[in-house]
Design a binder for this molecule. Structure first.
Ligand code: PMP
Length: 355
């Protein structure tokens, strides 16, 4: 608390980022980073961009990157927005589209940053409960609203929605933006990017932080019709006219141009996820069907907080989110097969010791 803070700062409940410990030899399964490095072509482009051109401002329109991102899905650069991580793209979207006075609708268990943006921009919101199986109940997204936000796959559950469900919401709310946060879409869900042509109220947000292993570079992007992209650009240009620095633009562009690397990493993660889920089930855990690079899991008679603490003693960190609906669960990032096996071995030992 400070007398210098504005009432807004007093009111805020900021997002708490996942821990980034500095201890070596940790098995870090808490923030859904990829266990493999980024595309070697992206690394080479980054090295090449680190020269005396850094004295110059970057392209404020990030046109080469937006063009390449559009091409992947049959859209032009006018349908693409880029920002400093998808967190920033989301922040701009909340400000650009959701201040109509009615609540923003999102699930009661979803990415916890959505509430934070509502706090920051003073937007009312309504939490729409997931059902007992942690599924989105599409028929509950009704009534007056300023917009709808869906993470697909959802975080932290990892469960995906099909495109018919998203179409239904877009058609039910033609005057409101439906934002689909596809941070984890490459790991097995269907992207709504192909629907952008048909629905002027659809905004699809993706990131380089997960499947492209570039969390450290902070690059996110959105697909939408030019009307929505212009709304986002008006916010960006009132905030910071350079959405991405020169290195980020160069590295992200090379990453987009290396789809083979992406495909290989995704295939490996999906294979490891199948083994990890089976291993957890063999130890008696419930595991939700995941389309992401993490699994959401709980043990019927072990406290999740306690399991997380015991794992930490063994230098393995996973994410335990406090809150009524999440208290019993652990979110575990899919690591390498070696890391997943170490996790399973540790859990087996912990369960055995306590039984
Ligand atoms: N959306 C969801 C659902 C996420 O889990 C995350 C990662 N915490 C983000 C967006 C933000 O990712 P980034 O800012 O790294 O692009």
């Amino acid at each position: 608390m400070s007398r210098f803070w504005s009432p807004l700062v007093h009111r805020l409940t900021p997002y708490v980022p996942g821990e980034q410990p500095r201890i070596a030899n940790l098995i870090k399964l808490n923030t859904n980073e990829l266990p493999y490095g980024p595309s070697p072509r992206a690394l080479a482009a980054l090295r090449e961009a680190a020269d005396d051109t850094l004295r110059l401002y970057p392209d404020p329109e990030a046109l080469a990157l937006r063009t390449a991102l559009g091409q992947r899905v049959g859209l032009d650069a006018g349908h693409v927005f880029v920002g400093n991580g998808s967190d920033e793209v989301l922040a701009h979207a909340f400000q650009a589209f959701f201040s109509h006075g009615e609540p923003v609708l999102f699930a009661d268990v979803t990415y916890s940053f959505y509430k934070v943006y509502c706090g920051l921009y003073n937007l009312p919101y309504r939490l729409v409960p997931l059902d007992d199986g942690m599924r989105v109940v599409v028929d509950d997204y009704v009534g007056p609203c300023s917009g709808i936000v869906l993470a697909n796959p959802n975080a932290p559950t990892g469960m995906a929605l099909d495109l018919d469900t998203i179409r239904l919401l877009l058609e039910r709310h033609p005057d409101r933006v439906v934002l689909v946060d596809e941070a984890y879409v490459d790991f097995g869900a269907q992207s709504a990017a192909g629907l952008v042509h048909d629905y002027p109220n659809l905004l699809v947000v993706q990131t380089f932080s997960k499947s492209r292993a570039l969390a450290g570079l902070r690059v996110g992007f959105a697909y939408g019709q030019p009307e929505l992209i212009e709304g986002l650009t008006r916010i960006k240009d009132s905030f910071n006219s350079y959405p991405l620095d020169r290195l980020a633009q160069a590295g992200a562009l090379a990453s987009v141009e290396d789809e083979a690397w992406l495909a290989q990493c995704v295939e490996q993660v999906i294979a490891s996820r199948t083994r990890l889920s089976a291993g957890l089930e063999a130890l008696g855990f419930d595991v939700l069907p995941s389309c992401a690079n993490f699994v959401y899991t709980r043990h019927p008679n072990r406290e999740a907080a306690e399991l997380a603490a015991r794992l930490r003693e063994k230098a393995i960190i996973v994410r335990h989110l406090k809150g009524e609906r999440t208290e019993a669960w652990l979110r575990v990032t899919v690591g390498t097969d070696g890391q997943c096996q170490a996790l399973l071995d540790a859990l087996r030992e912990i369960l055995h010791r306590n039984s």
